[in-house]
Ligand binder design. Sequence first.
Ligand code: SF4
Length: 253
Amino acid sequence: MGDAVTRFKMIRDGDRVAVALSGGKDSVTMLEALLLLKERAPIDFTVCAFTVEQGKFLRPIQPLGEYLKARGVDWTYHTDNPSLRLIDEQPDHGCDLCSRYRRRAVYQIVRGLAANVIAFGHTADDFCESFLRNALFTGRISALPPITYSRQRDFRLIRPLVYVTEDLTTRFAESLGAPLIPCGCSQRTGTVRRTLRDMFGELEKEHPHLKETLLSAMGNIQTGRLLDPRFLDLDGGTETAEAETANPFAIVD
Ligand code: SF4
């Protein structure tokens, strides 16, 4: 996580970082890692945490609150009534609507916490799945931004677990003994996400570093070897001409 924070300049001197705590293994791991980093980093920043209740937790959240209190974490728990109404009125709503409601609630909470950075617990697995989902199902080469800004640029949004895989967060969260709160959605089956997870699981039996390689690829883009004319030398005007290939489907290394 430290590598990601440094590489993408996620946290800077004087920042107040609000950790979006879903109660799952990833966000709890991220919170603990940020608290550790705060002790060791050569810059000063503070960490607080918040949880948005959208009516999807499968267990009471109180044990998590007690754990955080014992850890001395400044934690805010917010029930988002518009999200609860959404569940009543449109029980089959999709992730788009749910995350739009959550984003609005998150900005409102974080404003109240006087934080300027929001940390989300998306992992290496999420980046890899997002990359493949976009490439295979939406026709785009993209994943998630490790760092970006809210539309008004009042918050820096960071994803410090970009290089951390979920086998690690699972083991780390277990070792903490923190009371994790499962979300009803995480138990859904038959989704594209589940298919991609199964696919990774199968391939990783033979290629255990697959996600690492895919993450490296996301940081090593060769735009001249893709099909977006915006990045191609269509008129031969640049000095670094590409090697010609007789067969357009040949793989040139
Ligand atoms: S998985 Fe569930 S909680 Fe997450 S965005 Fe989708 S509907 Fe909302």
